[in-house]
Design a protein around this ligand. Structure first.
Ligand code: NAP
Ligand code: G4F
Length: 362
């Protein structure tokens, strides 16, 4: 779909990376990428009463073995002390700040916690990096997970690195703070700190309460008779949906540049939630109109109506281009979730009592 991009710059010698949010969708793809490139990867994991490492289980190595390159540490972005300790313990060359309360609808229910993790978390981590650099004279490259949600009520289509922000949620406001703070640290302290303004990116590992995955999970279950309806909110919102596996490449590329900078990462195509329903239900020969119902509980106090990114800067400077388009993404996610539904059906048929899907969705 895209012209062949120019070759990326030659990689630096792989070093040590510290990744917050390693248990999330992007963290798992980024950890895979960095391990493939030969990095030692240190992931920050939140303490939880149940396991929260499912997305990185395939990468996990027994710490008792030799040559372990994925190392996990308990930590939390709300805890500045632990971040500072992690920096001196891990001595990273690159820090990727992906940790966040990342659900926009939930940020209206938990605005203060969202700001604590997204905004205050970023400045706490930047401070830890700055202190570490000052005391050790070692250079650290920092990546901030900025978001197209910052554009909010858009004044320009498509959106670029220079489009003004008008955030529409506590999450969006917090990301704007973290974004400007990252730029401020770059300008004030000469730090190699970059922001990726990533548009929505999805995958079979996407959290099940984000709309694409909520839809593809339902498609699989409806096709196999495990579910009869899918309740959604605003079907008219439009998003520029890409594949997470492509987008983490851009994060890494940003930190390989001589100069830090800010980059829009997007596919340049936008689809409505309704169109995503058509694509995914259509893939299994179903008509979404027969199954989708609107439930106003999924409406947001303020909505972001249209996101469409122009990644020309990333294309020309990083040599980055997406490989997976939204049709391929929809098929990939539905095929995965059909298999998951098949497993559920098999277990049910064998008499296992499987808890019903999604306790409290958004
Ligand atoms: P995700 O799947 O929701 O993962 C978020 C990660 O952050 C999880 O590992 C989570 O841990 C961790 N986390 C949450 N609160 C934390 C805290 N207080 N301290 C430390 N870690 C914490 O999100 P994602 O889709 O991978 O997105 C990665 C980053 O990119 C996020 O910052 C998100 O806001 C941003 N972003 C995402 C998109 C997108 O479309 N996916 C677009 C633009 C920007 P648990 O696993 O324990 O919950
Ligand atoms: O999938 P969503 O929840 O993603 P949203 O709000 O765009 O945020 C995601 O992308 C941001 C980048 O722009 C990230 F920064 C952020 O962390 C997150 O990854 O909702 C997409 C659209 C919205 O307009 C929402 O109103 O889908 C609409 N929608 C309609 N029905 C729904 C539903 N969203 C959800 N989650 N659940 C529904 O039932």
């Amino acid at each position: 779909m895209n012209p062949t991009p120019p070759s990326p710059p030659p990689p630096l010698t792989p070093g040590t990376a510290l990744v917050t949010g390693v248990t999330g969708q992007d963290g798992s793809y980024l950890a895979e990428l960095l391990l493939r490139k030969g990095y030692e990867v240190h992931g920050v994991v939140r303490r939880s009463s149940t396991f929260n490492t499912a997305r990185i289980d395939a990468l996990y190595q027994d710490p008792h073995e030799h040559d372990v390159r994925l190392k996990l540490h308990y930590g939390d972005l709300t805890d500045a002390n632990c971040l500072a300790k992690l920096l001196s313990e891990v001595q990273p060359d690159e820090v990727y700040n992906l940790g966040a309360q990342s659900h926009v609808r939930v940020s209206f229910d938990m605005p203060i916690y969202t700001v604590d993790t997204v905004a205050m978390g970023a400045i706490k981590l930047l401070e830890a990096v700055r202190d570490y650099q000052q005391t050790t004279s070692r250079a650290v490259r920092y990546y901030q997970a900025s978001s197209s949600e910052m554009f909010g009520k858009v004044v320009e289509v498509p959106q670029t690195e220079t489009t003004p922000f008008h955030p529409r949620s506590p999450y969006g406001c917090a990301k704007v703070f973290a974004h400007h703070t990252t730029i401020n640290y770059r300008e004030s302290y000469d730090m190699h700190a970059s922001c990726g303004i990533l548009f929505n990116h999805e995958s079979p590992r996407r959290g099940e309460t984000f709309v694409t995955r909520k839809i593809t999970r339902a498609v699989g279950r409806i096709k196999l008779g495990l579910q009869s309806k899918l309740y959604l909110g605003n079907l008219d919102a439009k998003r520029d949906w890409g594949y997470a596996g492509d987008f983490v490449q851009a994060m890494w590329l940003m930190l390989q540049q001589d100069e830090p900078g800010d980059y829009v990462i997007a596919t340049g195509e936008t689809r409505s939630v309704r169109e995503f329903c058509e694509l995914t239900f259509g893939h299994v020969d179903l008509d979404y109109n027969d199954f989708v119902e609107i439930d106003p509980r999924y409406f947001r106090p303020a909505e972001v109506d249209l996101l469409l990114g122009d990644a020309a800067k990333a294309r020309s400077r990083l040599g980055w281009a997406p490989r997976v388009d939204v049709e391929q993404l929809a098929r990939m996610m539905v095929d995965h979730d059909l298999e998951l539904a098949q497993c559920e059906l098999t277990l049910r048929n064998a008499g296992h009592d499987i808890p019903s899907f999604v306790g409290h969705d958004q």
